[in-house]
Design a binder for this molecule. Sequence first.
Ligand code: ADP
Ligand code: MG
Length: 616
Amino acid sequence: MSHRIIILPETLTNKIAAGEVVERPSSVIKELIENSLDAGATDISVEISAGGRRLIRVTDNGHGMSRDDALLSLERHATSKIRNEDDLDGILTLGFRGEALPSIASVSRFSLATREPGATEGTEIIVEGGRVRDVRACGMASGTVISVEQIFFNIPARLKFMKSAETEAGHVADVVSQMAVSRPAVAFSCISDGRDVLKVQRSDLQRRLSQVVGKDTSAQLYEVCHDDDNLSVSGFVSGPSLVRSGLQTMYTYINGRYVRDKVVQHAIMHAYRGVIDRGRYPVVALFIELPAGDVDVNVHPTKHEVRFRRQSVVHDFIKGAVEELLSRSPWLINRAASQTSQTSQTSQTSLSYRERIAAAAQASLDMPRRESHLSPASPTLPSAASDRAEPTASLSPATDKGARAAEPDTHFTSGNPDSGEAGYFSSLGIIGQFHSEYILCQSASELVIIDQHAASERVAYQRLKEQFFAGGVESQRSLFPDTVELSFSEVAAASRFHNELAAIGFELEPFGGNTLIISAVPRLISEKNVFNLVRDILADLVRLGTSAAFQNIIDALLSRIACHSVVRGVHTLENRQIGELLKNMDETDFAASCPHGRPVSHVIKLQELEKIFKRT
Ligand code: ADP
Ligand code: MG
């Protein structure tokens, strides 16, 4: 009888488990910091070199381990945090699975040095690829030091998936930031290749946030505090004008554990629905506290997701807490206090909370605008009156409307005297604007409605593309360079893609920690949009590994720049500006694929109107 089945040796099962827990250096850091926090540490320092590939070291001043415990801690399923099945229903510690240390030790050259406060000496254990090589006594301060060298040295496949040192270091700093926000009373430091990346003393949440997300950002956060018997939501959230294009600055915690939970995220986003644009995320640091028995953290080895016993109750509670804050619109009070506000506060009371917030967001955008993205060419102003002539007989049969708008109407001869030279759009007669968002024009046989935002964006996109392929997007140096606060991975992306960013008009220089100096931006960009654009572009780049991949998203990046170069939403235009836009539209290749895929113009034929009014 042959045996097909064997029980795998422990070194191998640990390596398999490591596949789930140890994805990259930052996941090792997460596990080690969790252990330090569980050990009651009040001071945790993280040190990495080469993005954590060469070395990861976490030092804490927690309660340490005895020699026996230290040896046991490296065994699979060895934990001091739960004892029996019942304990699983009320987990108060960050760890409980007893997997991290053996997993990490199985895929690296690992050492653990630890001393309990009362002990005369510490214990040092050296492990290589899961095999204990040495156990010895050592002198050290009380606490624990864990060093992980040459991670994945014995798993070449994993090694291949590691990103550049800068990228990995960015992820590490982001994880330390997430942890640092969760425990303001604990001091944290993070050193990468000998450089201080983050250094925060013990403090309170507000100060901690200002150190981690930056002073400017944290100054725009507002306190949330909601309590009932078994549930509380507290922390800080941003108003509608402080948004990001990624989830990175949504710091959410359940019973002190950082989570990226869908229910929590959905609840927050639901509160902001209609207040911020789709694809934008608020900056939040929210702490949800509930009885340990009401939440199951044993859903995934990384414990980033949880399961709530009363999911909809928790969801609605979080949503309610954020909505309550948003409905008070505290940023309006700040604004009123700091300047004579243009916001129509008189009408605030009659509006719904979403309308009020949207109005506030709009008000914050209503600053002096530059229209310089439209070239100052001499305006072509077809007269609306001259176009009201009798329709010519050249009504073309109904065609696909999108294509119709994209192709110049060669049948039509405008009443505009200049029209011999003019393209399709400039030959149209301007009727005016509808809702300050749409331009209405006419030809003899058509009513043409143009989405002014989409059209301006399309024109800008075309220009950027031409500039890019002619050697680089024109950039404009700032006289007084601004700084922008980002996530650490975004800062890493800025340096990794330095040359590529220069080709699309940006010069971004490191300013220490999570801050960059914006020295130059594409010339088309209006000043007030610079911050959001830089954030968007870097968030896009964080997702990329290499410069080769950059070429694949160049269209998307140029389209982002174009999108930020134009005024969004309601915006009154003078006829002269409309004329310029129409002229620019004629110079734009609308047949090229539009990056947003949105229609720019829509044609309603006279025939269609006549049908509607039953004239035919
Ligand atoms: P878990 O955290 O799930 O219990 P780990 O493998 O991460 O599993 O750690 C195993 C055990 O080692 C922990 O339960 C804890 O008792 C001990 N330990 C790990 N890190 C530390 C530390 N920094 N200080 C004190 N004890 C630690
Ligand atoms: Mg642990």
